[in-house]
Design a protein around this ligand. Structure first.
Ligand code: ADP
Length: 267
């Protein structure tokens, strides 16, 4: 089993990802796709007059502050436009894909965090009314049902809280939890960069290899949202996934290239 996470940043080529995925699926490989949608969510939120608000935690992690209205916009884009766009591409390529959010069948489950600590103008503030959380449990029943019946699952946040409330969760870490739960042999985190860069944005500074036992040490090279990918990679290898690869989804055959060792390989 290979879990492929494709991000939602500018420049990602979903056609390239889907045709590579379709070819491998038709050749008999078992794969699951997890996707993001942050770039498009920002655009739609602006257009709807509810611009995105990002907060930075005291430890330096950036996340989207998700009030109820933001959550609804988030669902429109992630579960609607992006998810159905990917399913449509795969169907056109002859793959019987099924698009689901983490709410469906409670695939992704975690604790609802209603408040977030954020640094604003050098001061730490507590913001309430947040619909976020972290995936703590993956319920694989529905996914296994689909895979056994020959469907390719296409998954996206949000997740479900233990109380059944939708929560915005990080897609990279959700994909990592999924890879662990399914005992996947590889987790691919594909984005609009060649991999983890030692001196971002210099693409020539690509880090080619990260030893599995020492992933956290590489957090220092990752800025803002890249930190979540490094964290997800650390969680995946700690959970038994043999290989995590940060790969490029901008062109070519992103999945095949990553599996052949392009990008940053954590193993
Ligand atoms: P996606 O939505 O595609 O999953 P994110 O935007 O969450 O991707 O994270 C990837 C982004 O992280 C890159 O587009 C890049 O701007 C940023 N980034 C920060 N630090 C690094 C780094 N050291 N190496 C590569 N990318 C980095």
């Amino acid at each position: 089993m290979i879990v492929v996470k494709v991000g939602g940043s500018a420049g990602i080529d979903y056609d390239a990802v889907c045709s590579d995925l379709a070819a491998r699926w038709k050749a008999g490989e078992r794969l699951i796709l997890v996707h993001g949608g942050s770039g498009e969510t920002n655009r739609v939120a602006e257009a709807l007059g509810h611009p995105p608000k990002f907060v930075t935690s005291p430890s330096g992690y950036t996340s989207r502050f998700t009030d109820r209205q933001t959550l609804e916009i988030f669902e429109m884009v992630y579960c609607g436009k992006i998810n159905k766009g990917i399913v449509e591409r795969l169907q056109r390529l002859g793959v019987n894909a099924v698009g689901l959010s983490g709410l469906d069948g409670r695939i992704f489950e975690g604790r609802h965090k209603d408040s977030v600590r954020a640094v604003e103008n050098g001061k730490v503030k507590v913001l309430r009314g947040d619909h976020t959380g972290t995936v703590e449990r993956v319920n694989t029943g529905l996914i296994e049902l689909l895979l056994t019946a020959g469907y390719l699952p296409v998954l996206t946040p949000p997740a479900s809280s233990y109380e059944g409330v939708a929560i915005n969760v990080d897609g990279d870490r959700a994909a990592a939890a999924l890879a662990v739960a399914l005992k996947a042999e590889a987790l691919l985190l594909l984005s609009n960069v060649p991999g983890l860069l030692r001196e971002y944005p210099d693409e020539a500074s690509l880090i080619r290899q990260i030893p599995a036992g020492n992933v956290e040490a590489y957090l220092e090279f990752a800025q803002d949202r890249m930190k979540k990918k490094v964290l997800g990679a650390a969680e995946a290898v700690a959970g038994g996934v043999q290989r995590v690869i940060f790969g490029d989804a901008r062109a070519g055959q992103p999945i095949t290239a990553a599996l052949n060792g392009a990008g940053t390989v954590v193993s």
